[in-house]
Design a protein around this ligand. Structure first.
Ligand SMILES: [Zn+2]
Length: 448
């Protein structure tokens, strides 16, 4: 049987606030209404809680969940930070560390209200073993997370500092596609699927030849995979595109068949009107990652202008090594504040930022979730709003987004399964996980 959720303070139903009950059966929201009978389902008492659709994170690097606050990278911008933090550690991450790191990152996401994660995983090179990717699939399954593996790749060492110093042999495009074909076992195109694969070269500008990008686009579209990459996080992308290819970064993406409704880019901080027009015309989307952009001093993406021109704005936490956070609620709260600081107090509404963090992300990734509607996946989060921080908010339905962290998640359902119940994870013993991580990290740091 399923669950009936009763007594909540309110439910965010699209842009309106609803008071009533929710029934969950067979992984989906099966009924909304007043005074629903129990009919053999388990009663969930949501007193003191508001109910949101589960948040959808469209850009992460779960491997970085164990690389927060690395001293050498604390005061560096993107290029120097890449050399000082992720690229320094990447080749030595073992499958076991990857598995534990991913579980920690997914735990943090779930306790911020996220129920879906698109992880941009780029720990691949010529000698990579399948175990490191397998660790991610296992972690997502064990955590009960709706998951998209954005399969990173680099077919040349590229122009970022730090990559050359790793002395790794890059994959050939043929090897990338062969390996992705093997991963397609995990790709379920069903709208209620729990696992998907996405084609996601790590950087369009820096580490793939144009011919390879075209092959990847063709491969992705042939297999109906979504396409993702980083773009224009810093202006270096634009400079490199102009000097290497004689055109702007977004024009270059277009020339390699890398624009379209099946494509989204993380960051896009440094876009001009012309770039945004090309992105809007082609229905290309963005994963807006404000915390990481602030932390690395990259700037603020013109997400409001993008939204108004028809570019789908979604939200991502980016890797925790450049944000010290894996909280989707923090991203929503910060987006709400940042765009007001730039454009005025009425520039962005709470329901707009909520849409970015839920239904836009779900629509982009192709999951039937991100909304509280009958027939949609039962991905729901119950935030407590009687905590000291939120108890006296006069717009209680918006308290989680208005107040941000720390939030208290009473329940989280993913595909109708409670992964958090009564504020406790049902899928992992967090104390054991952190103890295991400490041991594994001690071994790992000895190799650096
Ligand atoms: Zn990223």
């Amino acid at each position: 049987m399923g669950y009936v959720i009763k007594n909540s303070e309110s439910i965010l139903l699209n842009d309106t606030v609803y008071k009533g009950d929710i029934r969950i059966r067979e992984g989906v929201i099966s009924e909304l209404g007043q005074d629903l009978p129990i009919q053999g389902d388990e009663l969930i008492d949501a007193r003191g809680c508001v109910i949101y659709p589960g948040l959808v994170n469209t850009h992460h690097h779960l491997a970085q969940s164990v690389l927060k606050g690395v001293p050498e990278g604390l005061n560096k911008g993107l290029g120097e930070w890449l050399a000082a933090v992720p690229y320094r550690f990447w080749p030595k991450i073992s499958p076991r560390l990857m598995y534990l790191a991913a579980k920690l990152g997914l735990y943090e996401l779930q306790f911020s209200g996220a129920t879906t994660c698109a992880d941009h995983h780029y720990l691949y090179h010529y000698q990579s073993t399948p175990e490191i990717e397998g660790a991610l699939w296992c972690a997502a399954r064990d955590m009960g997370m709706r998951f998209m593996l954005c399969r990173g790749s680099a077919t040349s060492l590229g122009s970022h500092k730090g990559v050359q110093s790793m002395q790794l042999e890059p994959e050939t495009p043929e090897l990338v596609m062969q390996r992705i074909e093997r991963s397609l076992n995990f790709h379920d195109p069903d709208p209620l699927s729990m696992s998907r694969v996405c084609m996601a070269p790590t950087s369009l500008i820096h580490s793939c030849e144009p011919a390879h990008l075209k092959e990847f686009a063709q491969f992705a579209r042939q297999h109906q995979l979504k396409m993702h990459s980083h773009l224009l996080e810093v202006n270096f992308d634009e400079e490199q595109s102009q000097s290497k290819y004689g055109m702007s970064a977004v024009e270059y993406a277009a020339s390699c068949d890398w624009l379209g409704e099946d494509v989204w880019f993380a960051h896009m901080v440094h876009t001009d009107k012309h770039a945004r027009a090309l992105l809007a015309e082609s229905n290309t989307s963005i994963s807006h990652c404000p915390t990481s952009n602030c932390r690395l001093g990259s700037g603020i993406a013109e997400a409001l202008d993008m939204d108004s021109t028809g570019i789908k704005v979604t939200m991502g936490v980016d890797g925790s090594a450049s944000s010290e956070s894996g909280s989707m609620l923090q991203e929503l709260n910060l987006a709400w504040l940042l765009h007001r600081s730039q454009h005025g107090a009425d520039a962005i509404k709470l329901n707009q930022v909520m849409d970015w963090g839920s239904k836009h992300g779900a629509d982009l990734l192709g999951f039937k979730s991100g909304r509280i509607e009958v027939g949609y996946a039962a991905d729901l989060v119950l935030y407590r709003i009687d905590s000291p921080r939120m108890a006296m908010v006069h717009s209680p339905e918006w308290a989680p987004v208005l107040c941000g962290e720390p939030a208290t998640v009473e329940y989280s359902f993913i595909q109708g399964r409670p992964v958090i119940a009564k504020q406790e994870s049902t899928v992992v013993d967090i104390h054991q996980l952190i103890s295991d991580l400490r041991q594994e990290m001690a071994r790992f740091m000895a190799t650096i």
